[in-house]
Design a protein around this ligand. Structure first.
Ligand SMILES: Cc1ncc(COP(=O)(O)O)c(C=O)c1O
Length: 632
């Protein structure tokens, strides 16, 4: 029998599409038994689970005398065994969300929201709502699991979407897991820092047709209650995008005016600014973000093209994916603060000009304004600061060591301002490749607090106004939550060009750089495989603890460690110079049919691979003590 948590619904695993009513959660989530203590044993166990499911399907076919027609479910199981699969540890997603709020939302700790952690109330009382960057991993189950976790844990969560497909996916979750449940239980005053709009369309450069589609997706109908209306937050970083938005709105009005079935959604504008991103794995600054001196121009264009000043709500930026420099985050915040002031100043001038124009007209009708009368002009106040993404995926904290493991009791290293080791605190202001998310969170705390400090409010200084803070972490949530198990289908030995007497073992697997390993080409990422040899005749009785104990003893009895050989791992394209997954690593002697396991495969793997190149998805979960392990 298979050890699993069952779901009430049966979506197709591996599919990333969704509809607003259906569930994307998998029908089976493997609950990891105690014998599973690391990634390799997890994958090994999951292979047994898949084989077991296949056996059950075959038995079922025989009993029901069904014709030998392969069902979709069987085909996926066969693909998983023949080629390999992505193994998702759902527990990691839960831990990451919890850890995010512990680090970036001190308001929650002050409210003792989390019973596991009785921290001293701190003077920090802001929240930074994470908007998961769907582009980083658009697997529908991952996206829904995050929404479900947020809802069950009462923790705020939104989505950063870059395409219409992502908007549809995110919108379905937002509607399913309602807003009211995510106030985090914190008091009303602090809650005003948590946005009720949970989606940002954060690709600042879109096709006109996509903008039109987005307007339709967020449009309301005359029967819509106002509280259910979704705002559409659009980021933009240049005047071209302003023109496109104007055209899309015009087209929308032309198309829907006559029948009045759809009403224009409430569109809010977020200006994306350029910040330095040189310390990231994937710098995108060359492509996205306006410079400080361009802001006035873009604001001007907005005003001239039907966007009203009140709808320009704030700024966003992105330090580049995998940003390892704390200073970059601090510098970006400072630039963000300046940009907000600049936008506010420009728009305040706009209000004044409008009012003066109005006054001129009035004056002609009535008497001249008393010179001594001080006119109070309306000030514009941006209220949103979006810190973007870039946060490291694995930093050794908050259960990173427990990934793909059943062992909930292993000590989980957590970090807050009070518990953080002194050495980590010292590194918080220095550039280091081992920067943790905690380092970043601690370094930015005073700045975020000053931005959200209502008590320091200075009417003339927009930078001291309370801001709503959001971020767009992608890699942070998913990088360590997903591994790839890939099966060797070809092996050969080639001469080592550096040593005539040596041979290199070349292993070919069905996943390559045109698929989930595209990051090898895009940013020189390297993926080192771990070998997994399935011993012939190994028992696959999943529920018998004795089996696992025996297995473990057997493997520990294995004499000396196996000899290692210089090896290369190649993808399926046949191009041995281009499709190189791992150019050089040490592996034991492996054969066709053996498995290679790749860790940290959650970020920019599924999203980059074409749909056809995506492996089957399998979902596991350890730590049965968590309330989230209850049936879905
Ligand atoms: C605008 C924006 N926000 C967020 C992200 C997510 O970045 P990361 O996965 O590094 O957190 C990206 C990715 O490049 C991005 O372009």
């Amino acid at each position: 029998m298979v050890s699993s948590i069952s779901s009430s619904s049966h979506p197709s695993p591996g599919s990333s599409s969704s509809s607003s009513s259906s569930s994307s959660l998998p029908s089976n989530v493997t609950r990891l038994p105690a014998s599973v203590t690391d990634l390799v044993s997890c994958v090994s166990h999951e292979i047994m689970v898949i084989e077991n499911e296949l056996d059950q399907q075959t038995q079922h076919d025989i009993i029901s005398e069904r014709k030998l027609r392969t069902t979709d479910e069987e085909r996926l199981l066969e693909d998983a065994i023949d080629d390999g699969f992505m193994c998702v540890d759902l527990k990691v997603l839960e831990r990451k969300l919890k850890a995010w709020h512990r680090l970036f939302s001190p308001a929650f700790d002050n409210n003792n929201n989390d019973n596991d952690n009785n921290y001293e109330p701190s003077s920090y009382n802001y929240t930074v709502t994470p908007y998961f960057a769907v582009k980083c991993n658009p697997d529908a189950c991952v996206v829904e699991w995050l929404a479900r976790t947020a809802s069950m844990m009462n923790l705020p969560l939104g989505y950063d979407c870059a395409s219409i497909a992502e908007l549809e996916l995110a919108k379905a979750q937002i509607q399913k897991y309602s807003l009211e449940e995510t106030d985090g239980g914190i008091d009303k005053k602090k809650r005003n820092n948590i946005p009720t709009t949970r989606i940002v369309y954060a690709n600042p450069q879109r096709a006109e047709a996509d903008l039109m589609h987005a307007l339709e997706l967020f449009a309301t109908t005359p029967s819509h209650s106002q509280s259910k209306e979704l705002e559409l937050w659009l980021t933009l970083d240049g005047v071209e995008e302003v023109y496109k938005i104007a055209t899309a709105r015009k087209l929308f009005l032309e198309k829907h005016h006559a029948c009045d079935a759809l009403r224009m959604p409430n569109v809010k504008i977020v200006l994306r600014i350029w910040v330095p991103d040189g310390h990231s794995q994937v710098p995108l600054g060359e492509k996205f973000g306006m410079r400080m001196e361009e802001i006035d121009n873009v604001v001007e264009a907005c005003l001239n093209h039907g966007i009203i000043a009140d709808d320009i709500i704030g700024i966003s930026y992105h330090c580049g994916s995998g940003c390892s420099s704390v200073e970059t985050y601090l510098e970006a915040l400072e630039m963000g603060r300046k940009a907000l002031t600049r936008i506010d100043d420009r728009l305040t001038r706009h209000y004044r000009e409008e009012e003066e124009e109005e006054t001129d007209i009035q004056e002609k009708k009535v008497q001249k304004l008393d010179e001594s009368q001080q006119k109070q002009y309306k000030r514009h106040r941006c209220w949103l600061l979006d810190m973007g993404g870039g946060f490291p995926g694995i930093d050794g904290l908050d259960g990173d060591d427990n990934r793909f493991s059943a062992d909930a009791k292993k000590e989980v290293k957590e970090t807050t301002d009070t518990s953080m080791p002194a050495t980590t605190q010292q590194t918080a202001t220095t550039t280091t490749t081992t920067t943790t998310v905690a380092d970043i969170a601690m370094a930015v705390r005073p700045v975020l607090q000053s931005l959200t400090n209502i008590n320091d409010k200075d009417e003339n200084d927009s930078s001291s106004l309370p801001l709503t803070l959001i971020a767009e972490p992608g890699r942070y949530f998913v990088e360590g939550a997903i591994a790839l198990a890939s099966r060797i289908y070809q092996k050969q030995q080639v001469n080592d060009p550096n040593d005539d007497s040596n041979k290199i073992r070349e292993y070919r697997i069905p996943h390559g750089v045109q698929g989930v390993f595209k990051d090898v080409l895009l940013c020189g990422e390297s993926f080192i495989p771990q070998p997994l040899q399935i011993i012939e005749g190994q028992s696959n009785d999943l529920d018998d603890p004795a089996t696992h104990a025996d297995d473990q003893q057997d493997s520990s009895k294995q004499e000396s460690p196996p000899k290692l050989y210089l090896s290369r791992v190649l993808g399926p394209s046949g191009d041995d110079t281009e499709d190189v997954v791992c150019d050089s690593c040490l592996l034991p002697e492996l054969d066709v049919g053996d498995w290679l396991v790749f860790d940290r495969m959650g970020a920019y793997t599924l999203s980059i691979a074409s749909r056809a190149g995506r492996p089957v998805m399998r979902y596991v979960r350890g730590d049965s003590s968590s309330p989230l392990s209850s049936p879905m």
